[in-house]
Design a protein. Structure first.
Lengths: 270, 250
């Protein structure tokens, strides 16, 4: 039992667990729509696009959150806008833009004297979350989850039948941009936990695991959040006891959840 | 307090106005493409039923999409129950061909049919017990009430069609635009759909059905119009010749 309680004596661990749980819940909740609407590639694009924003903010001594948010929001809205021109396919933009942004970020990193300071941007630094960071994570999570709650039925209809949604007067373009905007917010909080390279995993893996076990949307979302919370806590404990990178540990725990769900489904069918 | 989806207020239909009035309509899928529908005129009286007959590519779906606001109108005028497009969303329902819906999305049949009530709810309001009862009643009308709890990914083609019509019924629209409702469905579904269409018409609603099967169903409709290559023609045997007059189809 002391294996569970020993880490909790440290304030930074308490803060890290709380932040990771909140981040996991937000990523899983919004990630449900990302996966079901086949937007996982867009999530991947946004996580990579955050890097130059982070680096520029770091070099200017500004807020990393703000830098990441500006970069992801610009990318999200830019992809949404440019995809209106049918001569440029959306998947081409999604494949092209984040790679350009990521390369730009690496270019900026290479101009600094050391990569060490920016390691946490790429791979996360949940154990380094400050009180101020935690408040910001809680604020973004609260706004995102509130939006999900308020617009849940509209998101459902827009996902299953966007044409019918349009015929009853729903502003489908606004919904589309709204999803991209909240995905940007979610990506920014996810980067704090697991970095730009792995945030998309937090959006996708818990949902993929839940989808193996249930076909009901509400249950899928709830189960995704449970998997995300267990992954967050398990990953931090793994990092504490074995000195592994916290972000990668969280993602690997999520992968174990997915494997477990797959095995369970396999034997239930047999 | 209700917050509607659309800025336009839901207008009370003009009781003297036809259900649908179109003059000189031209529609294309993008500003650079040639017209998918052009020089189209029609006047459909309220409470009538009309067959829209033509081969694939004739412009049937294009017409329905333009009436519902899914495609922009390049030229011409569309009035629904005497009002401009978008003034009374709740009174028009479009039943697309089944392939345009994401049937793999995890919602139940009842969830999908309750979506027909969203136009009355607007933002932030949840469906009430009455909305759910209306949806259940619509499922009963279409003889699929026992599928209420089933996921839509587990439906056959005929069941999908019945569920979509049930959603249209739960919306309680006055103008129904049904795009090939009998396409690739079993005989039992064809019969159920036929019976429901008769019932809807008896309630005084206006029904326009895009169909390939007019010869088999001629007795069901008050009138038929024919489309070919985006233009209205007088009969299926006639070469394309658009009708420019303000043509009353009765």
């Amino acid at each position: 039992m002391h294996y569970l309680t020993d880490p909790l004596q440290y304030v930074f661990i308490q803060r890290a667990i709380l932040a990771a749980v909140i981040i996991g819940v937000v990523c899983a909740a919004l990630g449900t729509f990302v996966v079901l609407r086949r937007m996982a590639v867009v999530g991947h694009a946004l996580t990579h696009s955050a890097l130059p924003g982070l680096v520029i903010a770091y070099l200017m001594g500004g807020s990393l959150f703000a830098g990441a948010l500006i970069a992801t929001v610009m990318t999200a809205l830019g992809i949404g806008y440019l995809a209106r021109d049918e001569s440029v396919y959306e998947d081409t933009l999604v494949g092209m833009v984040p790679n350009i942004m990521f390369a730009f970020g690496i270019l900026l990193i290479s101009t600094t004297k050391s990569f060490r300071d920016l390691f946490s941007m790429l791979f996360g630094n949940i154990l380094g979350v400050t009180e101020g960071d935690l408040h910001l994570i809680m604020l973004i999570a609260a706004v995102s989850l509130l939006a999900l709650f308020l617009f849940y039925k509209e998101l459902k209809l827009f996902s299953v039948d966007p044409d019918y949604a349009k015929t009853i007067g729903m502003p489908v373009k606004a919904l589309h941009y709204g999803i991209l905007l909240f995905l940007s917010f979610t990506v920014v909080v996810g980067i704090q936990a697991v970095g730009t390279v792995l945030t998309n995993a937090l959006l996708v893996i818990p949902v993929a695991a839940a989808r193996l076990l249930t076909e009901r949307l509400g249950a899928m979302m709830a189960l995704s959040c449970v998997f995300a919370v267990l992954s967050a806590i398990g990953g931090i404990y793994l990092s504490y006891y074995f000195g592994t990178a916290s972000g990668a540990s969280i993602v690997m725990f999520a992968a174990v959840m997915f494997a477990g769900a797959w095995v369970y489904k396999f034997f239930r069918k047999a | 307090m209700k917050v509607p989806y659309c800025q336009h207020q839901h207008s009370t239909p003009d009781p003297q106005a036809p259900a649908l009035e179109i003059k000189g309509l031209a529609v294309s899928y993008s500003s650079e493409e040639k017209f998918a529908l052009q020089d189209f005129d029609i006047r459909v009286p309220a409470g009538s039923s009309l067959a829209l007959v033509g081969p694939n590519g004739a412009g049937k779906s294009t017409l329905f999409k333009a009436i519902c606001g899914l495609l922009p109108v390049r030229r011409g005028l569309i009035r629904v129950f005497g009002h401009s497009l978008g003034a009374c969303h709740h009174r028009v329902v479009y039943l697309p061909q089944r392939s345009e819906i994401d049937w793999h999305f995890p919602v139940s049949v009842l969830d999908l049919v309750v979506m027909g009530r969203y136009v009355y709810l607007g933002w932030f309001k949840r469906p009430s017990q009455r909305d759910v009862e209306i949806a259940r009643h619509a499922l009963k009308e279409m003889n699929v009430w026992d599928l209420a709890g089933r996921q839509i990914s587990k439906l056959s083609g005929g069941q999908q069609q019945r569920v979509l019509i049930a959603r249209a019924l739960s919306q309680n629209a006055d103008l129904l635009l049904l795009d090939e409702p009998l396409n690739a469905v079993d005989a039992s579904t064809r019969q159920t759909v036929g019976e429901v269409l008769q019932k809807i018409k008896a309630q005084g609603k206006t029904v326009i059905v895009a169909t390939h099967y007019y010869d088999q169903e001629e007795g069901r409709y008050d009138n038929a119009i024919y489309l070919k290559d985006g233009k209205r023609i007088k009969s299926p045997d006639q070469k394309e010749e658009s009708i420019h007059n303000d043509c009353d189809c009765t």
